[in-house]
Design a binder for this molecule. Structure first.
Ligand code: B12
Length: 495
C-alpha cells in the first residue's frame, strides 16, 4: 500500500457517521427512540485529542449537524482532507461504505481509516469494503496518530508496529494485536473540537449535557452484549474528579453523563470520587450507568451528596431464569435493594429491559412486567431482544438453527441500506412481543404514578407548554401503538 512514498498531511478529518441508511432497529418502539437524545462521539474525540497535537485535525459530527449521506459527502469534499478517520458501529456500515465510495470518486488520493466498535468484530470485512485503506481495531487513541506518522514518513515497515492496525500487504491481510491503552493518565478529551450546543437529552432538558468516561471495558460476560472490550481498567479517582472540575469550569450548569459500561465495579473508587467532589465543593450534577451490585447505603449517600442525579441500570429481566441464562450475575434481590436505596435518597433511575429471549415463556415476560411495578424506576427503556453480532446469544441462535445463516457476517461484507435483521421468531411470537412491549410502555408511562410524578416535576421545574404537549403527544402515540399491535396480533391469531 505505502510503497515508501511520504505523504504531506495538511488536513485530517475525523467523521461521526450519519444515521441515514443505518440498520433498521425493529426491537425498540419508534416512540422510545424519537429525538430522545443527541450524544457526542466521545471515542472519536479521544482519537482526535492525541492526533491534534501533531496534525491539523477537524472532528465532523454529522449526526449533530443532522446531515444525510449527500450533505456529508459534500462537506467532506469541501474540506478536501488528506486522511479521513471514521468511527463505525455495525449499525452504520452502509452510510460509511456509501460515503467512502462517493468521496473516493472525487478525491481518489484521500486515505480512509476506519475504527470504532464494528472493526473489532469484522476487521477483514471492513478492510475489504471498497475504498477502505486501513482499519484500526480496538482502542485507537495512540494508533491513529502513529499511523499518520508512518504515512507522513512513508516507511511501510512502520505499519507492522501500529497496535490494532489491519492492512493489506500484497494479497494478504496483516492484523496487528489490538492496543490496550493505559487509563492511568489518559489526556482529557479535547471537547473544544465539538460544538456542545448540539448535545442534549429529553431527561436533562435544562442542562448542558457533557459526557465522560472514568473507566474502559467491562469484565462481565452478559450473553446478549456486544461490548467487545473486556479488560476493565479504571482511571484513578483523583483524575476523574480533575476532569469533572475541568468540565464544571468550562460549561454552564453541566450535567455530566458518565458513560462507563459499569461505573461502580470498584466500591472504594466510587467513594473516593465522591469524597473528591465533596472536598472541592464542585457544584455539579451527574448521571452514570451502574450495576445493582455493589450498591449499598454508604455509596448511595456519598453519591447523592456528590450531586448524583440519575443512575442507569441494566436490569434486563424480572425472570430469575432469564437473569441466570444471560449470565448477568445480578440477582433480583440486588436490583430491588438498589432501586429502594435510590428512591430513599431521591436519585432518579432509568432501567433497561429486554424481552423475547429464545427460552422465554409468557410467564417470564409477565415476571418482567411485575418486576417493573415492584422496583418503581423513574424511567424505563425496554426493547425486544436483538441478536447483536458476535454475541453468545447470536451464536446460540445459529447453533439452534433459529437463525439460518450468519447474516451479520454477510452484511459486514456487503452492507445494504436500512438492513433489516432477518426475523428469527414466528410472526405470532413477534406480534405478541410487539404488543407486550407496547403494554410495558403503556403500563409504565401512562401509570397514575408516572403521570403525577411527572406533572409534579414539571410544575416544580420550569414548566413548558411545548414540553407538556410533547408528552401528551407521546402518550397518544403509545396508546395508538398498543391498540394497533393488539389488532395485528388478533388478526395473526385468526389466520
Ligand atoms: C455512549 C454510547 C452511545 C451514545 C454515543 C455514541 C457515540 N457516537 O459515541 C449513543 C447513545 C448515541 C449511542 C447510540 C448507539 N449505540 Co452506542 N454506545 C455507547 C457506549 C455506551 C459508550 C461509547 C463510548 O463513548 N465508549 C468510550 C470510548 C472511549 O470508546 P469507543 O467509542 O469505543 O472509541 C474507542 C475505539 O472504538 C476506537 N475508535 C472509535 N472511533 C474511532 C475512529 C477511528 C478513526 C479510530 C482509528 C479508532 C476509533 O478508539 C476509541 C478510543 O479508544 C458503547 C459501549 C462501549 N463500551 O463502548 C455503546 C456502543 C458503541 N453502542 C452500540 C450500539 C449498538 C449503538 C446503537 C446502534 C444503538 C441503537 N440501536 O440505536 C446506536 C448507534 C450509534 C452509532 N454511532 O452508530 C454498540 C456498538 C456495537 C457494534 N457492533 O457496533 C456498543 C459497543 C455497545 C452497546 N450495545 O451499546 N451509543
Amino acid at each position: 500500500m505505502l510503497k515508501n512514498k511520504s505523504l504531506k498531511i495538511s488536513k485530517v478529518v475525523l467523521l461521526n457517521l450519519p444515521e441515514e441508511g443505518q440498520c433498521a432497529d425493529y426491537y425498540t418502539p419508534d416512540y422510545a427512540i424519537e429525538e430522545f437524545s443527541v450524544y457526542p462521539p466521545l471515542g472519536l474525540l479521544y482519537v482526535a485529542t492525541e492526533a491534534k497535537k501533531f496534525y491539523p485535525v477537524e472532528v465532523l459530527d454529522v449526526v449533530a449537524l443532522r446531515y444525510g449521506i449527500k450533505e456529508t459527502v459534500n462537506h467532506v469534499e469541501r474540506l478536501h482532507p488528506d486522511v479521513i478517520g471514521i468511527s463505525c458501529t455495525t449499525f452504520r456500515i452502509f452510510p460509511m461504505s456509501e460515503i467512502i465510495r462517493q468521496v473516493k470518486m472525487k478525491l481518489p488520493e484521500t486515505i480512509f481509516v476506519v475504527g470504532g466498535p464494528h472493526t473489532s468484530l469484522y476487521p477483514v470485512e471492513t478492510l475489504n469494503l471498497p475504498g477502505v485503506d486501513f482499519v484500526i481495531k480496538g482502542e485507537g487513541d495512540r494508533s491513529f496518530k502513529t499511523l499518520l506518522d508512518v504515512l507522513s514518513l512513508g516507511n511501510s515497515e512502520g505499519l507492522y508496529n501500529i497496535p490494532g492496525l489491519v492492512f493489506r500487504e500484497g494479497e494478504r491481510v496483516v492484523q496487528n494485536r489490538e492496543d490496550v491503552v493505559s487509563v492511568e493518565n489518559l489526556p482529557f478529551p479535547d471537547r473544544r473540537l465539538l460544538n456542545w450546543d448540539y448535545y442534549h437529552t429529553a431527561a436533562d432538558k435544562a442542562e448542558q449535557v457533557v459526557t465522560m468516561i472514568s473507566s474502559r471495558g467491562c469484565p462481565f460476560q452478559c450473553t446478549f452484549c456486544d461490548v467487545m472490550i473486556k479488560n476493565y481498567r479504571s482511571r484513578p479517582a483523583i483524575d476523574v474528579v480533575n476532569e469533572m472540575e475541568h468540565i464544571v469550569s468550562e460549561y454552564d450548569n453541566p450535567v455530566i453523563q458518565v458513560f462507563d459500561d459499569t461505573f461502580n465495579i470498584d466500591r472504594k473508587r466510587v467513594l473516593d470520587i465522591c469524597e473528591g467532589i465533596r472536598q472541592r465543593k464542585l457544584n455539579l450534577k451527574w448521571t452514570t450507568r451502574a450495576r445493582a451490585n455493589p450498591f449499598d447505603e454508604e455509596m448511595v449517600v456519598k453519591m447523592k451528596e456528590a450531586g448524583l442525579k440519575r443512575v442507569h441500570f441494566g436490569v434486563e429481566s424480572g425472570s430469575e431464569t432469564t437473569l441466570k441464562k444471560i449470565n448477568k450475575s445480578i440477582s433480583k434481590e440486588h436490583v430491588v435493594n438498589a432501586f429502594q436505596l435510590c428512591r430513599k435518597y431521591q436519585i432518579d433511575t432509568l432501567a433497561y429491559f429486554i424481552i423475547g429471549f429464545e427460552w422465554e415463556t409468557k410467564e417470564d415476560i409477565q415476571d418482567t412486567i411485575r418486576f417493573i411495578k415492584e422496583i418503581k424506576p423513574t424511567f424505563i427503556m425496554a426493547n425486544t431482544l436483538y441478536p447483536a453480532a458476535k454475541t453468545k446469544i447470536y451464536e446460540e441462535l445459529i447453533k439452534h438453527g433459529k437463525i439460518k445463516e450468519d447474516f451479520w457476517q454477510k452484511f459486514a461484507s456487503n452492507p445494504v441500506r436500512n438492513f433489516n435483521l432477518p426475523q428469527w421468531q414466528s410472526l405470532k411470537t413477534r406480534k405478541y412481543l410487539k404488543r407486550k412491549l407496547d403494554e410495558i410502555y403503556l403500563r409504565f408511562y401512562l401509570s397514575p404514578d408516572f403521570v403525577s410524578n411527572n406533572l409534579k416535576s414539571d410544575v416544580s421545574e420550569s414548566f413548558s407548554l411545548s414540553h407538556f404537549f410533547y408528552k401528551v403527544k407521546l402518550a397518544i402515540i403509545i396508546v395508538k401503538s398498543y391498540v394497533v399491535s393488539l389488532v395485528e396480533e388478533f388478526m395473526t391469531l385468526r389466520r
